[in-house]
Design a protein around this ligand. Structure first.
Ligand SMILES: [Fe+2]
Ligand SMILES: [Fe+2]
Length: 470
């Protein structure tokens, strides 16, 4: 199918040119978005041509075009996957009833909150990453960063489309506020803590796109099940873009590991500092930090909100079809529960455990990522295997945040934590070392010393291609 393109500026398949109300709302919002992008988007590169992919339709074999574009001229569009004929609410109390094309009055506030929380993460990550290009390890990587940034911008558009189209005046106010909060700002911070930490080195960026964007994948998958059909269709299309963000993370960390292995063999040592590499133990510490920070984003283990969202048919499980019981009214979940300083199994009503169910899927997915990274060390003949820490380790949200645990998930005292934490998480000195490696490399095809080249270029282009015209 061919997308309706109402004008050059906003590619879309929502009949924007016929929708006067939406046009008016977007006309007001768009200039504010652009001035936000210019203030808070990639600093110092707004006038450069970047080889970017732009979504122009939802057609699976031609949904995107590639071209050099200046980022403020990027055509942020609005796309929903095609409606599924006779789609039914796939879970919860309304299981089997026709999906909603409008917001049901009784679920209005909950839906708005879900959309705003998701929407807030999109500009937040652009803000967190705005200085990174100044230290890009190659033009290829710089281009990938900008691709992720403009697509997070489009994800913001996607959520704003829902707010403008379905939530009237308070939707418009929420859309304005999405441009007013700022990552890390004391007075007007972004909603979720993890999105308020600046990302000032590329190892962190690659960990963020591996682990934090993967949280995004599971949030989107659970919203793609929603009985509110426009939200479902919006999130399904966002997932196609999200896959690229995780590709950037996963393949780039693998390139860091590959380079570390090469340096280890070349210099017969695992101390790579004198040779300008990131040693594997330090990569493991970054995993420990970013994986656990991302686990926090799934929320409390036992959650009445999650139960209410599931019951109402607003937010489901990822891949709801793989379950037999879609109502889950009588189901249970055997959960580790912390009581004082002991941990025991408790039987929790399944609906109250939905955050944990989603987290379980996420953990499994992360394990498969680590197995790819471990394949790299194995291929290189290096005896080192990465491991995910226990989900109790280093948590700031949920029951495990109330005590201290080691990497294996054993409870430890505060004193033991203080003694050992520097061997588990990156220290100030290690972060400073990683920072010291961050030097911009802009000769086409060249890579910084700490990272191996990628297996191939973008969209069949050579590695030496001028991905960003500086
Ligand atoms: Fe996103
Ligand atoms: Fe993303």
């Amino acid at each position: 199918m061919v997308a309706t393109i109402s004008n050059d500026k906003i590619p879309n398949n929502v009949h924007l040119s016929d929708d006067k109300r939406l046009q008016r709302a977007l006309e007001q919002w768009q200039p504010n978005f652009l001035s936000w992008w210019k203030d808070m988007g990639p600093e110092g590169f707004q006038e450069k041509g970047v080889y970017l992919r732009t979504a122009v339709s939802v057609d699976t074999d031609g949904w995107a075009v590639f071209d050099h574009v200046k980022m403020p001229d990027y055509r942020w569009g609005i796309f929903l996957t095609e409606p599924e004929k006779d789609r039914r609410i796939p879970f919860g109390d309304h299981y089997g009833q026709p999906v909603w094309q409008d917001v049901p009055g009784e679920h209005r506030n909950s839906l708005r909150r879900l959309i705003v929380t998701q929407g807030d993460t999109e500009p937040a990550s652009v803000e967190q990453q705005r200085l990174l290009a100044q230290t890009a390890p190659s033009l290829y990587d710089m281009r990938n960063l900008f691709q992720v940034n403009v697509e997070e911008g489009r994800h913001l558009w996607a959520m704003v489309y829902l707010l403008h189209s379905y939530f009237g005046k308070d939707g418009r106010e929420e859309a304005d506020e999405l441009l007013q909060r700022r990552s890390g700002n004391v007075d007007k911070p972004r909603i979720l803590t993890t999105f308020n930490e600046p990302i000032s080195d590329w190892l962190s960026f690659f960990m963020f796109t591996t682990f934090t964007d993967r949280d995004g994948k599971y949030q989107l998958k659970s919203l793609a099940e929603s009985g509110f059909d426009p939200l479902s269709r919006t999130c399904k299309f966002m997932l196609t873009e999200e896959a690229h963000h995780m590709f950037v993370g996963q393949t780039s960390v693998r390139r860091v590991i590959k380079r570390a292995c090469e340096l280890m063999k070349e210099h017969s040592t695992d101390d790579l500092r004198p040779h300008g590499g990131v040693d594997l133990r330090l990569v493991q510490k970054y995993i420990n930090f970013w994986y656990t920070a991302s686990l926090d984003l799934f929320g409390n283990e036992i959650s009445s909100n999650a139960a209410a969202y599931f019951a109402a048919g607003l937010k489901g499980r990822s891949d709801e079809h793989k379950y037999d019981d879609h109502v889950a009214r009588d189901g249970t979940y055997a959960m580790d529960v912390l009581a004082g300083d002991t941990i025991h199994k408790e039987t929790i009503p399944l609906r109250n455990a939905m955050n944990e169910v989603l987290r379980d899927d996420y953990v499994r997915d992360c394990e498969s990522v680590l197995s790819k990274w471990n394949a790299e060390t194995r291929d290189q003949g290096i005896d080192f295997q990465f491991k995910l820490p226990s989900r109790r380790f280093h948590r700031k949200v949920g029951q495990w945040s109330e005590a201290k645990f080691d990497l294996a998930g054993h409870a430890i005292s505060e004193a033991e934590w203080d003694q050992q934490k520097d061997s588990w998480l990156p220290t100030e000195a290690e972060r400073a070392y990683v920072h010291s490696l961050m030097k911009q490399v802009i000769e086409p095809g060249k890579m910084a010393n700490w990272i191996a080249p990628p297996a191939r270029g973008v969209n069949d282009q050579a590695l030496e291609y001028e991905y960003v015209k500086l």
